[in-house]
Design a protein around this ligand. Sequence first.
Ligand code: COA
Length: 532
Amino acid sequence: MAVLQSTLDPGADRAVLDRRAMLEALREHDELAARVIAAGGEQAVTRHRARGRLLARERVDLLLDEDAPFLELSGFAGVHEPAEQPGARLLTGIGPVSGVECMVIANEATVKGGSLSPSAVTKQLRALEIAARNRLPVISLVQSGGADLPRQEEIFVPGGRIFRELTRLSAAGVPTIAIVFGSSTAGGAYLPGLSEYTVFVKDQAAVYLGGPPLVRMATGEEVDDETLGGADMHARESGLADHLAVDERDALRIGRQIVADLGLRKAGPGPSLPPDPPQRPAEELLACASSDNRRTVEVREILLRVLDGSRFDEFKPLYGPQLVCGWGSIDGYPVGVLANNGILFSPESQKGAHFVQLANARSIPLLFVQNITGFMVGSAAERGGIIKDGAKLINAVSNSTVPHLTLMVGASYGAGNYGMSGRAYDPRFVFSWPSHRIAVMGGSQLAGVMSIIRRSAAERAGTDWDDAADLALRAETEAMIDAQSGSLNATGRLWDDGVIDPRHTRTVLGLALSAVHSAPVEGTGRFAPFRM
Ligand code: COA
Protein backbone atom coordinates (compact mmCIF):
# COMPACT_ATOMS: atom_id res chain seq x y z
CA MET A 1 0.00 0.00 0.00
CA ALA A 2 1.22 3.54 -0.71
CA VAL A 3 2.45 5.63 2.21
CA LEU A 4 1.56 9.34 2.22
CA GLN A 5 4.47 11.74 2.56
CA SER A 6 4.16 15.11 4.32
CA THR A 7 5.18 18.40 2.80
CA LEU A 8 3.99 20.45 5.78
CA ASP A 9 6.71 22.50 7.43
CA PRO A 10 5.53 22.96 11.05
CA GLY A 11 7.89 25.94 11.38
CA ALA A 12 6.52 27.84 8.36
CA ASP A 13 4.67 31.11 9.09
CA ARG A 14 1.36 29.75 7.89
CA ALA A 15 1.58 26.58 9.99
CA VAL A 16 2.59 28.57 13.09
CA LEU A 17 -0.39 30.87 12.56
CA ASP A 18 -2.84 27.98 12.10
CA ARG A 19 -1.47 26.16 15.15
CA ARG A 20 -1.78 29.28 17.32
CA ALA A 21 -5.40 29.83 16.24
CA MET A 22 -6.24 26.21 17.02
CA LEU A 23 -4.67 26.37 20.48
CA GLU A 24 -6.60 29.57 21.19
CA ALA A 25 -9.89 27.84 20.29
CA LEU A 26 -8.94 24.83 22.40
CA ARG A 27 -8.35 27.07 25.41
CA GLU A 28 -11.98 28.21 25.21
CA HIS A 29 -13.02 24.55 24.99
CA ASP A 30 -10.96 23.66 28.07
CA GLU A 31 -12.76 26.37 30.05
CA LEU A 32 -16.10 24.95 28.97
CA ALA A 33 -15.00 21.41 29.79
CA ALA A 34 -14.10 22.58 33.31
CA ARG A 35 -17.65 23.95 33.67
CA VAL A 36 -19.10 20.63 32.50
CA ILE A 37 -17.01 18.72 35.05
CA ALA A 38 -17.92 21.15 37.86
CA ALA A 39 -21.52 19.95 37.37
CA GLY A 40 -23.96 21.93 39.58
CA GLY A 41 -21.22 23.92 41.33
CA GLU A 42 -19.59 23.65 44.73
CA GLN A 43 -22.68 24.09 46.88
CA ALA A 44 -24.85 21.60 45.03
CA VAL A 45 -22.01 19.07 44.80
CA THR A 46 -21.27 19.33 48.54
CA ARG A 47 -24.95 18.81 49.36
CA HIS A 48 -25.10 15.83 47.01
CA ARG A 49 -22.01 14.23 48.54
CA ALA A 50 -23.29 14.88 52.08
CA ARG A 51 -26.21 12.63 51.15
CA GLY A 52 -23.67 9.91 50.31
CA ARG A 53 -24.23 10.14 46.56
CA LEU A 54 -21.84 9.99 43.62
CA LEU A 55 -21.73 12.40 40.71
CA ALA A 56 -22.77 11.18 37.23
CA ARG A 57 -19.15 11.06 36.07
CA GLU A 58 -18.10 9.01 39.10
CA ARG A 59 -20.94 6.55 38.56
CA VAL A 60 -19.89 6.10 34.93
CA ASP A 61 -16.25 5.62 35.96
CA LEU A 62 -17.19 2.84 38.38
CA LEU A 63 -19.49 1.19 35.84
CA LEU A 64 -16.90 0.99 33.06
CA ASP A 65 -14.09 -1.54 32.90
CA GLU A 66 -10.98 -0.35 34.72
CA ASP A 67 -8.85 2.12 32.71
CA ALA A 68 -11.22 1.72 29.77
CA PRO A 69 -11.65 4.53 27.25
CA PHE A 70 -14.95 6.42 27.30
CA LEU A 71 -16.12 8.09 24.10
CA GLU A 72 -18.10 10.99 25.55
CA LEU A 73 -20.77 12.34 23.20
CA SER A 74 -22.43 15.74 22.90
CA GLY A 75 -20.23 17.02 25.73
CA PHE A 76 -21.14 20.68 25.06
CA ALA A 77 -24.84 20.12 24.33
CA GLY A 78 -26.84 23.25 25.10
CA VAL A 79 -23.81 25.55 25.15
CA HIS A 80 -25.60 27.90 22.74
CA GLU A 81 -28.23 28.60 25.43
CA PRO A 82 -26.96 31.16 27.94
CA ALA A 83 -28.93 29.69 30.85
CA GLU A 84 -28.07 26.06 30.19
CA GLN A 85 -25.31 24.09 31.89
CA PRO A 86 -22.87 23.02 29.10
CA GLY A 87 -23.50 19.31 28.66
CA ALA A 88 -27.21 19.74 29.39
CA ARG A 89 -27.33 17.96 32.79
CA LEU A 90 -26.67 14.62 31.16
CA LEU A 91 -23.58 12.55 30.49
CA THR A 92 -23.73 10.22 27.47
CA GLY A 93 -21.09 8.11 25.83
CA ILE A 94 -19.80 4.71 24.83
CA GLY A 95 -17.50 2.53 26.88
CA PRO A 96 -16.93 -1.13 27.71
CA VAL A 97 -18.80 -2.72 30.63
CA SER A 98 -17.71 -6.30 31.37
CA GLY A 99 -16.01 -6.27 27.98
CA VAL A 100 -19.16 -5.19 26.08
CA GLU A 101 -19.32 -1.73 24.48
CA CYS A 102 -22.42 -0.03 25.88
CA MET A 103 -24.18 3.31 25.54
CA VAL A 104 -24.26 4.90 28.98
CA ILE A 105 -26.76 7.68 29.77
CA ALA A 106 -26.34 9.28 33.20
CA ASN A 107 -28.32 12.15 34.75
CA GLU A 108 -26.30 14.84 36.50
CA ALA A 109 -28.51 15.36 39.54
CA THR A 110 -26.60 18.36 40.91
CA VAL A 111 -27.87 20.57 38.08
CA LYS A 112 -31.55 21.45 38.51
CA GLY A 113 -32.22 18.08 40.12
CA GLY A 114 -31.07 16.33 36.91
CA SER A 115 -34.29 17.49 35.25
CA LEU A 116 -34.46 17.29 31.46
CA SER A 117 -34.09 20.53 29.51
CA PRO A 118 -34.87 20.75 25.78
CA SER A 119 -31.16 20.20 24.99
CA ALA A 120 -31.07 17.22 27.35
CA VAL A 121 -34.00 15.66 25.50
CA THR A 122 -32.21 16.09 22.17
CA LYS A 123 -29.03 14.67 23.67
CA GLN A 124 -30.76 11.65 25.18
CA LEU A 125 -32.58 10.94 21.91
CA ARG A 126 -29.31 11.15 19.98
CA ALA A 127 -27.69 8.69 22.39
CA LEU A 128 -30.59 6.27 21.90
CA GLU A 129 -30.36 6.69 18.12
CA ILE A 130 -26.64 5.86 18.19
CA ALA A 131 -27.38 2.84 20.36
CA ALA A 132 -30.05 1.61 17.96
CA ARG A 133 -27.99 2.07 14.78
CA ASN A 134 -24.92 0.40 16.25
CA ARG A 135 -26.76 -2.14 18.42
CA LEU A 136 -25.16 -1.00 21.67
CA PRO A 137 -26.82 -2.09 24.95
CA VAL A 138 -28.15 0.94 26.86
CA ILE A 139 -27.43 1.49 30.54
CA SER A 140 -29.39 4.37 32.08
CA LEU A 141 -28.02 5.70 35.37
CA VAL A 142 -31.12 7.46 36.63
CA GLN A 143 -31.53 10.32 39.07
CA SER A 144 -33.73 13.01 37.60
CA GLY A 145 -36.54 15.34 38.52
CA GLY A 146 -38.14 14.54 35.12
CA ALA A 147 -39.12 17.36 32.80
CA ASP A 148 -37.74 20.82 33.58
CA LEU A 149 -41.16 21.99 34.61
CA PRO A 150 -40.97 25.72 33.74
CA ARG A 151 -39.85 24.67 30.23
CA GLN A 152 -42.38 21.86 29.83
CA GLU A 153 -43.78 23.43 26.66
CA GLU A 154 -40.53 22.68 24.80
CA ILE A 155 -40.08 19.23 26.32
CA PHE A 156 -43.34 17.44 26.78
CA VAL A 157 -44.06 16.34 23.21
CA PRO A 158 -40.52 15.59 21.90
CA GLY A 159 -39.51 14.07 25.26
CA GLY A 160 -42.13 11.34 24.96
CA ARG A 161 -40.04 9.77 22.24
CA ILE A 162 -37.35 8.77 24.76
CA PHE A 163 -39.61 6.07 26.16
CA ARG A 164 -40.70 4.89 22.72
CA GLU A 165 -37.11 4.56 21.52
CA LEU A 166 -36.12 2.68 24.66
CA THR A 167 -38.76 0.01 24.20
CA ARG A 168 -38.15 -0.21 20.44
CA LEU A 169 -34.47 -0.84 21.09
CA SER A 170 -35.41 -3.66 23.35
CA ALA A 171 -37.85 -5.08 20.78
CA ALA A 172 -35.01 -4.97 18.23
CA GLY A 173 -32.97 -7.21 20.51
CA VAL A 174 -30.73 -4.54 22.04
CA PRO A 175 -30.59 -5.01 25.83
CA THR A 176 -31.60 -2.12 28.11
CA ILE A 177 -30.73 -1.73 31.77
CA ALA A 178 -31.80 0.97 34.26
CA ILE A 179 -29.95 1.56 37.51
CA VAL A 180 -31.95 3.94 39.67
CA PHE A 181 -30.02 6.05 42.19
CA GLY A 182 -32.62 8.63 43.13
CA SER A 183 -35.75 10.35 41.94
CA SER A 184 -37.33 9.02 38.76
CA THR A 185 -40.70 10.68 38.69
CA ALA A 186 -43.61 10.69 36.25
CA GLY A 187 -42.25 10.08 32.71
CA GLY A 188 -38.95 9.22 34.35
CA ALA A 189 -40.63 6.23 36.01
CA TYR A 190 -40.92 4.69 32.55
CA LEU A 191 -37.12 4.53 32.26
CA PRO A 192 -37.03 1.55 34.64
CA GLY A 193 -40.55 0.64 33.54
CA LEU A 194 -39.44 0.12 29.93
CA SER A 195 -35.95 -1.26 30.57
CA GLU A 196 -35.35 -5.02 30.48
CA TYR A 197 -33.32 -5.15 33.67
CA THR A 198 -33.62 -2.86 36.69
CA VAL A 199 -31.49 -2.23 39.75
CA PHE A 200 -32.74 0.05 42.56
CA VAL A 201 -30.57 1.55 45.28
CA LYS A 202 -32.04 0.96 48.75
CA ASP A 203 -33.20 4.08 50.63
CA GLN A 204 -32.40 6.27 47.58
CA ALA A 205 -34.45 5.28 44.53
CA ALA A 206 -37.85 6.97 44.44
CA VAL A 207 -39.97 5.92 41.50
CA TYR A 208 -43.59 6.93 41.11
CA LEU A 209 -45.96 8.34 38.51
CA GLY A 210 -46.86 11.16 40.88
CA GLY A 211 -44.94 12.29 43.95
CA PRO A 212 -46.52 12.73 47.44
CA PRO A 213 -47.70 16.34 46.79
CA LEU A 214 -49.43 15.36 43.54
CA VAL A 215 -51.03 12.31 45.16
CA ARG A 216 -52.36 14.52 47.97
CA MET A 217 -53.81 16.95 45.43
CA ALA A 218 -55.29 14.25 43.20
CA THR A 219 -56.68 11.77 45.74
CA GLY A 220 -56.23 13.27 49.20
CA GLU A 221 -53.96 10.35 50.20
CA GLU A 222 -51.14 11.29 52.64
CA VAL A 223 -48.12 9.15 51.86
CA ASP A 224 -44.35 9.42 52.25
CA ASP A 225 -41.71 8.94 49.52
CA GLU A 226 -40.52 5.53 50.63
CA THR A 227 -43.99 3.99 50.93
CA LEU A 228 -45.08 5.46 47.62
CA GLY A 229 -42.07 4.53 45.45
CA GLY A 230 -39.07 3.38 47.51
CA ALA A 231 -36.67 0.70 46.32
CA ASP A 232 -37.78 -1.77 48.97
CA MET A 233 -41.44 -1.46 48.03
CA HIS A 234 -40.66 -1.91 44.32
CA ALA A 235 -38.45 -4.94 45.03
CA ARG A 236 -40.99 -6.66 47.29
CA GLU A 237 -44.41 -5.46 46.13
CA SER A 238 -44.72 -3.77 42.73
CA GLY A 239 -42.10 -5.95 41.01
CA LEU A 240 -40.55 -2.97 39.19
CA ALA A 241 -37.13 -3.55 40.80
CA ASP A 242 -35.35 -6.74 39.75
CA HIS A 243 -32.42 -6.13 42.09
CA LEU A 244 -32.25 -4.29 45.40
CA ALA A 245 -28.75 -2.86 45.83
CA VAL A 246 -27.47 -1.90 49.27
CA ASP A 247 -25.69 1.20 47.96
CA GLU A 248 -24.53 2.91 44.75
CA ARG A 249 -21.38 0.83 44.34
CA ASP A 250 -23.35 -2.37 44.83
CA ALA A 251 -25.83 -1.23 42.17
CA LEU A 252 -23.03 -0.60 39.68
CA ARG A 253 -21.51 -3.99 40.45
CA ILE A 254 -24.89 -5.64 39.79
CA GLY A 255 -25.17 -3.65 36.55
CA ARG A 256 -21.78 -4.98 35.41
CA GLN A 257 -22.86 -8.52 36.26
CA ILE A 258 -26.07 -8.15 34.23
CA VAL A 259 -24.02 -7.12 31.18
CA ALA A 260 -21.59 -10.01 31.70
CA ASP A 261 -24.53 -12.43 31.79
CA LEU A 262 -25.89 -11.15 28.46
CA GLY A 263 -23.22 -13.12 26.60
CA LEU A 264 -23.16 -10.60 23.75
CA ARG A 265 -20.84 -10.81 20.78
CA LYS A 266 -20.20 -8.11 18.17
CA ALA A 267 -21.90 -8.69 14.84
CA GLY A 268 -19.40 -6.73 12.70
CA PRO A 269 -16.28 -8.22 11.12
CA GLY A 270 -13.82 -6.42 13.43
CA PRO A 271 -10.34 -5.11 12.63
CA SER A 272 -8.42 -6.97 9.94
CA LEU A 273 -5.38 -4.83 9.13
CA PRO A 274 -2.23 -3.83 11.05
CA PRO A 275 -3.07 -1.04 13.54
CA ASP A 276 0.37 0.60 13.58
CA PRO A 277 0.47 4.37 14.30
CA PRO A 278 0.79 7.03 11.60
CA GLN A 279 4.29 8.08 10.57
CA ARG A 280 3.84 11.69 11.72
CA PRO A 281 2.87 12.84 15.24
CA ALA A 282 -0.73 13.78 16.08
CA GLU A 283 0.59 17.02 17.59
CA GLU A 284 1.12 18.34 14.05
CA LEU A 285 -2.63 18.10 13.41
CA LEU A 286 -2.90 21.40 15.28
CA ALA A 287 -1.41 23.07 12.21
CA CYS A 288 -3.53 21.13 9.71
CA ALA A 289 -6.66 23.30 9.69
CA SER A 290 -6.73 26.69 8.06
CA SER A 291 -7.30 29.65 10.38
CA ASP A 292 -8.63 31.52 7.34
CA ASN A 293 -11.56 30.01 5.45
CA ARG A 294 -10.42 31.58 2.18
CA ARG A 295 -7.23 29.56 2.30
CA THR A 296 -7.54 25.79 2.04
CA VAL A 297 -5.21 23.16 3.49
CA GLU A 298 -3.94 19.93 1.93
CA VAL A 299 -6.24 17.24 3.31
CA ARG A 300 -3.67 14.47 2.81
CA GLU A 301 -1.71 16.15 5.63
CA ILE A 302 -4.59 15.23 7.93
CA LEU A 303 -5.02 11.72 6.55
CA LEU A 304 -1.37 10.83 6.94
CA ARG A 305 -1.55 11.75 10.64
CA VAL A 306 -4.67 9.67 11.25
CA LEU A 307 -4.49 6.49 9.13
CA ASP A 308 -2.62 3.36 10.21
CA GLY A 309 1.00 3.63 9.10
CA SER A 310 -0.01 6.70 7.02
CA ARG A 311 -1.01 4.13 4.37
CA PHE A 312 -3.49 5.28 1.75
CA ASP A 313 -4.30 3.75 -1.64
CA GLU A 314 -5.77 6.58 -3.62
CA PHE A 315 -8.63 6.04 -6.03
CA LYS A 316 -8.43 7.96 -9.35
CA PRO A 317 -5.93 10.57 -8.07
CA LEU A 318 -5.75 12.29 -11.46
CA TYR A 319 -9.51 12.60 -11.94
CA GLY A 320 -11.57 15.10 -9.91
CA PRO A 321 -8.47 15.88 -7.80
CA GLN A 322 -10.33 18.15 -5.36
CA LEU A 323 -12.10 15.16 -3.85
CA VAL A 324 -9.49 12.82 -2.43
CA CYS A 325 -10.81 9.24 -2.28
CA GLY A 326 -9.02 6.08 -1.24
CA TRP A 327 -8.59 3.08 1.04
CA GLY A 328 -6.83 3.00 4.39
CA SER A 329 -7.46 1.82 7.94
CA ILE A 330 -7.73 3.14 11.51
CA ASP A 331 -6.89 0.88 14.46
CA GLY A 332 -6.96 -1.96 11.97
CA TYR A 333 -10.51 -1.23 10.76
CA PRO A 334 -10.59 -0.79 6.96
CA VAL A 335 -12.12 2.51 5.81
CA GLY A 336 -12.86 4.18 2.52
CA VAL A 337 -12.08 7.89 2.72
CA LEU A 338 -13.68 10.81 0.88
CA ALA A 339 -11.93 14.08 1.76
CA ASN A 340 -12.30 17.56 0.29
CA ASN A 341 -9.34 19.35 -1.15
CA GLY A 342 -11.35 22.26 -2.51
CA ILE A 343 -14.68 22.89 -4.12
CA LEU A 344 -16.71 20.06 -5.73
CA PHE A 345 -16.90 20.17 -9.55
CA SER A 346 -18.68 17.60 -11.76
CA PRO A 347 -15.76 15.14 -11.94
CA GLU A 348 -15.33 15.24 -8.15
CA SER A 349 -19.03 14.52 -7.67
CA GLN A 350 -19.00 11.60 -10.11
CA LYS A 351 -15.85 10.19 -8.58
CA GLY A 352 -17.36 10.40 -5.07
CA ALA A 353 -20.57 8.67 -6.17
CA HIS A 354 -18.53 5.90 -7.82
CA PHE A 355 -16.37 5.47 -4.71
CA VAL A 356 -19.37 5.24 -2.36
CA GLN A 357 -20.74 2.44 -4.55
CA LEU A 358 -17.42 0.58 -4.42
CA ALA A 359 -17.31 0.80 -0.61
CA ASN A 360 -20.85 -0.58 -0.50
CA ALA A 361 -19.95 -3.41 -2.87
CA ARG A 362 -17.18 -4.39 -0.43
CA SER A 363 -19.04 -3.54 2.81
CA ILE A 364 -16.32 -1.15 3.99
CA PRO A 365 -17.24 1.79 6.30
CA LEU A 366 -16.72 5.29 4.95
CA LEU A 367 -14.97 8.28 6.50
CA PHE A 368 -15.96 11.69 5.13
CA VAL A 369 -13.57 14.54 5.88
CA GLN A 370 -15.45 17.77 5.26
CA ASN A 371 -13.67 20.96 4.31
CA ILE A 372 -16.04 22.22 1.72
CA THR A 373 -17.33 25.59 0.63
CA GLY A 374 -19.84 23.95 -1.70
CA PHE A 375 -20.40 22.76 -5.24
CA MET A 376 -19.06 24.91 -8.11
CA VAL A 377 -21.46 27.59 -9.38
CA GLY A 378 -21.46 29.57 -12.65
CA SER A 379 -22.59 29.03 -16.24
CA ALA A 380 -19.75 26.65 -17.18
CA ALA A 381 -20.54 24.45 -14.18
CA GLU A 382 -24.29 24.53 -14.92
CA ARG A 383 -23.75 23.61 -18.59
CA GLY A 384 -21.44 20.83 -17.44
CA GLY A 385 -24.29 19.35 -15.36
CA ILE A 386 -23.17 20.21 -11.83
CA ILE A 387 -26.72 19.72 -10.53
CA LYS A 388 -27.12 16.21 -11.91
CA ASP A 389 -23.58 15.24 -10.86
CA GLY A 390 -24.04 16.64 -7.36
CA ALA A 391 -27.31 14.70 -7.26
CA LYS A 392 -25.38 11.51 -8.07
CA LEU A 393 -23.18 12.05 -5.02
CA ILE A 394 -26.15 12.86 -2.78
CA ASN A 395 -28.02 9.80 -4.12
CA ALA A 396 -25.02 7.54 -3.40
CA VAL A 397 -24.46 8.97 0.09
CA SER A 398 -28.16 8.89 1.01
CA ASN A 399 -28.70 5.28 -0.03
CA SER A 400 -25.37 3.86 1.11
CA THR A 401 -25.82 1.39 3.98
CA VAL A 402 -22.22 0.98 5.19
CA PRO A 403 -21.53 2.98 8.37
CA HIS A 404 -20.50 6.58 7.71
CA LEU A 405 -18.25 8.59 10.02
CA THR A 406 -18.04 12.31 9.29
CA LEU A 407 -15.26 14.59 10.45
CA MET A 408 -15.71 18.32 9.88
CA VAL A 409 -12.36 20.10 9.94
CA GLY A 410 -13.11 23.41 8.21
CA ALA A 411 -15.98 24.87 6.22
CA SER A 412 -19.13 22.86 5.76
CA TYR A 413 -21.23 25.04 3.52
CA GLY A 414 -24.27 24.50 1.34
CA ALA A 415 -24.98 21.27 -0.46
CA GLY A 416 -21.33 20.34 0.14
CA ASN A 417 -22.46 19.45 3.67
CA TYR A 418 -25.12 17.14 2.21
CA GLY A 419 -22.95 15.44 -0.43
CA MET A 420 -20.28 14.79 2.21
CA SER A 421 -22.67 13.00 4.59
CA GLY A 422 -23.52 15.87 6.92
CA ARG A 423 -25.70 15.40 10.02
CA ALA A 424 -28.97 15.25 8.08
CA TYR A 425 -27.63 12.26 6.11
CA ASP A 426 -27.49 10.03 9.18
CA PRO A 427 -23.81 9.30 9.57
CA ARG A 428 -23.28 6.95 12.53
CA PHE A 429 -21.05 9.60 14.14
CA VAL A 430 -20.15 13.23 13.33
CA PHE A 431 -17.20 14.94 14.98
CA SER A 432 -15.85 18.45 14.42
CA TRP A 433 -12.66 20.30 14.99
CA PRO A 434 -12.86 23.76 16.61
CA SER A 435 -11.98 25.20 13.17
CA HIS A 436 -15.26 23.91 11.77
CA ARG A 437 -17.81 26.38 10.32
CA ILE A 438 -21.28 25.35 9.20
CA ALA A 439 -23.89 27.36 7.27
CA VAL A 440 -25.70 27.57 4.00
CA MET A 441 -22.74 29.71 2.85
CA GLY A 442 -19.95 31.84 4.35
CA GLY A 443 -20.90 35.07 6.18
CA SER A 444 -19.34 37.48 3.67
CA GLN A 445 -20.91 35.63 0.68
CA LEU A 446 -24.33 35.65 2.33
CA ALA A 447 -24.06 39.33 3.27
CA GLY A 448 -22.93 40.13 -0.30
CA VAL A 449 -25.84 38.22 -1.85
CA MET A 450 -28.34 40.06 0.36
CA SER A 451 -26.74 43.39 -0.59
CA ILE A 452 -27.09 42.65 -4.33
CA ILE A 453 -30.74 41.70 -3.79
CA ARG A 454 -31.39 44.96 -1.87
CA ARG A 455 -29.68 47.06 -4.54
CA SER A 456 -31.72 45.43 -7.36
CA ALA A 457 -34.93 45.99 -5.40
CA ALA A 458 -34.00 49.67 -4.84
CA GLU A 459 -33.28 50.12 -8.56
CA ARG A 460 -36.61 48.55 -9.51
CA ALA A 461 -38.47 50.75 -7.04
CA GLY A 462 -36.48 53.86 -8.07
CA THR A 463 -35.54 54.60 -4.43
CA ASP A 464 -32.26 56.14 -3.27
CA TRP A 465 -29.35 53.82 -2.52
CA ASP A 466 -27.34 54.57 0.61
CA ASP A 467 -23.86 52.99 0.35
CA ALA A 468 -22.95 53.65 3.99
CA ALA A 469 -26.16 52.06 5.29
CA ASP A 470 -25.65 49.06 3.00
CA LEU A 471 -22.06 48.61 4.21
CA ALA A 472 -23.18 48.73 7.84
CA LEU A 473 -25.93 46.18 7.21
CA ARG A 474 -23.48 43.94 5.33
CA ALA A 475 -21.05 44.00 8.26
CA GLU A 476 -23.84 43.25 10.72
CA THR A 477 -25.18 40.33 8.64
CA GLU A 478 -21.68 38.91 8.13
CA ALA A 479 -20.93 39.05 11.86
CA MET A 480 -24.27 37.39 12.69
CA ILE A 481 -23.78 34.55 10.18
CA ASP A 482 -20.18 34.01 11.27
CA ALA A 483 -21.28 33.78 14.91
CA GLN A 484 -24.03 31.30 14.00
CA SER A 485 -21.60 29.20 11.94
CA GLY A 486 -19.11 28.60 14.75
CA SER A 487 -18.31 25.14 16.03
CA LEU A 488 -19.70 25.82 19.52
CA ASN A 489 -23.10 26.92 18.28
CA ALA A 490 -23.20 23.81 16.08
CA THR A 491 -22.22 21.38 18.80
CA GLY A 492 -24.57 23.04 21.31
CA ARG A 493 -27.43 22.25 18.93
CA LEU A 494 -26.17 18.69 18.41
CA TRP A 495 -25.35 19.13 14.74
CA ASP A 496 -22.40 16.93 15.63
CA ASP A 497 -21.58 14.40 18.35
CA GLY A 498 -18.80 16.52 19.80
CA VAL A 499 -16.03 18.99 19.05
CA ILE A 500 -12.71 17.21 19.47
CA ASP A 501 -9.12 18.23 19.92
CA PRO A 502 -7.49 17.50 16.52
CA ARG A 503 -4.79 15.55 18.35
CA HIS A 504 -7.42 13.04 19.49
CA THR A 505 -8.82 12.43 16.01
CA ARG A 506 -7.35 8.96 15.51
CA THR A 507 -8.40 7.79 18.99
CA VAL A 508 -11.94 9.13 18.59
CA LEU A 509 -12.41 7.66 15.09
CA GLY A 510 -10.93 4.35 16.26
CA LEU A 511 -13.44 4.16 19.14
CA ALA A 512 -16.28 5.12 16.81
CA LEU A 513 -15.24 2.41 14.32
CA SER A 514 -15.10 -0.12 17.11
CA ALA A 515 -18.64 0.91 18.14
CA VAL A 516 -20.05 0.62 14.61
CA HIS A 517 -18.70 -2.92 14.40
CA SER A 518 -21.08 -3.94 17.19
CA ALA A 519 -23.70 -4.11 14.41
CA PRO A 520 -23.33 -5.96 11.11
CA VAL A 521 -21.45 -3.95 8.44
CA GLU A 522 -23.30 -4.47 5.19
CA GLY A 523 -23.23 -2.47 1.96
CA THR A 524 -25.95 -2.27 -0.65
CA GLY A 525 -26.27 -2.34 -4.41
CA ARG A 526 -29.60 -0.52 -4.27
CA PHE A 527 -29.39 3.15 -5.18
CA ALA A 528 -31.83 5.50 -6.86
CA PRO A 529 -31.36 5.75 -10.63
CA PHE A 530 -28.27 7.87 -11.29
CA ARG A 531 -29.10 10.72 -13.68
CA MET A 532 -26.63 10.26 -16.57
N1 COA B 1 -37.84 21.13 36.85
C1 COA B 1 -37.07 22.22 37.06
N2 COA B 1 -36.27 22.35 38.12
C2 COA B 1 -36.25 21.36 39.01
C3 COA B 1 -37.01 20.19 38.87
C4 COA B 1 -37.85 20.10 37.72
N3 COA B 1 -38.59 19.01 37.48
N4 COA B 1 -36.78 19.38 39.91
C5 COA B 1 -35.87 20.00 40.68
N5 COA B 1 -35.55 21.19 40.14
C6 COA B 1 -34.60 22.18 40.65
C7 COA B 1 -35.05 22.88 41.90
O1 COA B 1 -35.88 23.97 41.57
C8 COA B 1 -33.74 23.33 42.49
O2 COA B 1 -33.27 24.43 41.73
P1 COA B 1 -32.27 25.51 42.34
O3 COA B 1 -30.98 24.79 42.60
O4 COA B 1 -32.15 26.54 41.26
O5 COA B 1 -32.92 26.00 43.60
C9 COA B 1 -32.83 22.16 42.17
O6 COA B 1 -33.43 21.49 41.06
C10 COA B 1 -32.66 21.16 43.27
O7 COA B 1 -33.96 20.79 43.73
P2 COA B 1 -34.24 20.33 45.25
O8 COA B 1 -35.68 19.99 45.38
O9 COA B 1 -33.69 21.35 46.16
O10 COA B 1 -33.29 19.05 45.30
P3 COA B 1 -33.53 17.66 45.99
O11 COA B 1 -32.31 16.88 45.71
O12 COA B 1 -33.92 17.82 47.42
O13 COA B 1 -34.78 17.00 45.23
C11 COA B 1 -36.05 16.23 43.37
C12 COA B 1 -34.70 16.70 43.90
C13 COA B 1 -35.90 15.99 41.89
C14 COA B 1 -36.41 14.92 44.05
C15 COA B 1 -37.17 17.26 43.71
O14 COA B 1 -36.71 18.55 43.33
C16 COA B 1 -38.44 17.01 42.99
O15 COA B 1 -39.25 16.21 43.44
N6 COA B 1 -38.70 17.68 41.81
C17 COA B 1 -39.91 17.60 41.09
C18 COA B 1 -40.11 16.25 40.46
C19 COA B 1 -41.36 16.18 39.62
O16 COA B 1 -42.44 16.14 40.13
N7 COA B 1 -41.21 16.14 38.31
C20 COA B 1 -42.26 16.07 37.40
C21 COA B 1 -41.73 15.41 36.19
S1 COA B 1 -42.91 15.37 34.88
